[in-house]
Design a binder for this molecule. Structure first.
Ligand SMILES: Nc1ncnc2c1ncn2[C@@H]1O[C@H](COP(=O)(O)OP(=O)(O)OP(=O)(O)O)[C@@H](O)[C@H]1O
Length: 408
């Protein structure tokens, strides 16, 4: 005889009971009781132990909660990846210049020819390269990126060409796949090609001519097949007569040249870009999206933007960080109106760092930012990870500001 059974009441009522606790031999069990019908009449009832006790149910609950959290996490990740889809849609801009550029991208992407992307720093050359790859027949393979300016001279050979097992003392046992081989079947994106040293230019030219690479310590050339997309913010044609860039390499890399216009030539794009950057920022930091009133948009459109889209993005993110009203007013923005020629081309964003010594609103904000960071550093004994978490800023932004404020 089952203790505390209620099956007889189920037969009488014809109503199921699910998840009820039933004491059996001194233990609580979670049970279900279901009536059995025949020809519309209850002819019996069946009881089942669902869980050996409420604890098991609790554990299941916790498991479901943790799975729900995992699903939510992966949904956010998938959403972030979708947004980073690097298709044409990720290049924001409806100005006539950008519509023209997008049409050109669509036209050249499927043709398997090298493309040279030119434009000032921060205009979105890398986004264009990604879109070309994504719209090409090679989209299922990877796009390998090389920043020619960041390649240390001592590592150029091994990074680009790779090496065979045991090629030299200290070499990785399994050898190393060079970038050219990694890009096989896909796209090789050579960023800042104008900064490539001449001896590396000669080596690159040989690979492009032969369609093969020789690994360090290798015995025979290995065939490689990639589509070359290069980018530069320098005037390569100007560099050729000065023997800073090889003419023969220039011909190889530039059958198609795409120019990405600077932001000051397409100020019409500022509203759309700003809206996107503020939305992205809010989503990343789980905050409400700051509103940008028309007068602020118009103010942004008066700038010369030597650092282009990257600079606009940083400006808006900085304004959003310090915003407490939900509205970004023109006074919250620091716009540069100097001519392009007045700016150094490198690290333009640093020219916008207010000194913190003046009386303008930006100076006051900078002072507040400096003090806030300094206080947080003290609170967490210099632990930058905790400081970044406390202030809800990225660690890279924290490092940049520490350097700006001389707090390191
Ligand atoms: N049209 C655009 N729409 C959305 N975001 C953009 C656009 N153009 C640039 N960006 C953003 O601006 C930043 C700089 O872009 P990117 O790195 O592609 O520029 P770049 O021309 O390659 O710069 P550099 O010459 O300094 O390498 C990135 O965060 C990029 O996502």
């Amino acid at each position: 005889m089952i203790e505390n059974t209620r099956l007889h009441t189920i037969v009488q009522s014809g109503k199921a009971e699910v998840g009820h606790i039933q004491k059996m031999q001194g233990n609580d069990r979670v049970v279900s009781r279901t009536p059995i019908f025949r020809d519309g009449r209850v002819v019996g009832a069946i009881g089942r132990v669902m869980f050996k006790g409420p604890r098991q149910l609790d554990e299941l609950n916790q498991r479901i909660n943790s799975l729900e959290n995992e699903v939510a996490f992966y949904k956010r990740e998938a959403e972030a990846m979708r947004r980073q889809d690097y298709s044409l849609d990720s290049i924001i801009g409806q100005s006539s210049q950008m519509i023209h550029l997008k049409k050109d991208i669509v036209r050249v992407a499927p043709l398997d020819v090298p493309v040279l992307i030119v434009g000032e720093s921060g205009v979105g050359k890398e986004l264009v390269a990604q879109a070309i790859h994504r719209l090409s027949a090679r989209r299922m393979k990877t796009m390998v990126m090389i920043n020619a300016a960041a390649l240390p001279a001592t590592l150029v050979e091994s990074e680009l060409f790779g090496y065979s097992a045991g090629a030299f003392t200290g070499a990785n046992q399994k050898g190393h796949l060079g970038k050219f081989e990694q890009a096989n079947g896909g796209t090789l994106f050579l960023d800042e090609i104008g900064d490539m040293p001449l001896d590396v230019q000669a080596k690159l030219l040989r690979v492009l001519q032969d369609g093969s690479v020789e690994k360090l310590g290798g015995t025979k050339p290995i065939k490689v097949d990639f589509r070359l997309v290069s980018a530069t913010n320098r005037d390569l044609e100007d560099m050729i007569p000065q023997n800073q860039f090889r003419l023969d390499l220039f011909y190889r890399i530039s059958p198609v040249v795409l120019r990405v216009p600077p932001l000051r030539e397409r100020l019409d794009d500022i509203p759309l870009l700003s809206e996107q950057f503020l939305t992205d920022f809010a989503r990343r930091h789980d905050r409400d999206v700051c509103k940008l009133p028309t007068e602020s948009v118009q103010y942004l459109q008066t700038g010369t933007w030597p650092g282009n889209i990257r600079q606009l993005k940083h400006q808006l993110e900085r304004a959003a960080i310090f915003n407490s009203t939900g509205f970004i007013a023109p006074a919250d923005l620091k716009i540069d109106h100097r001519d392009q020629d007045d700016f150094p081309t490198a690290d333009i964003s640093s020219s916008f760092v207010p000194s913190g010594e003046g009386n303008t609103l930006a100076d006051q904000i900078a002072q507040l930012e400096r003090n806030t960071i300094a206080a947080a550093l003290k609170k967490f004994n210099g632990n930058k990870k905790q400081v970044a978490r406390e202030l809800d800023i990225s660690r890279s932004y924290l490092y940049k500001r520490l350097a700006d404020f001389g707090l390191q």
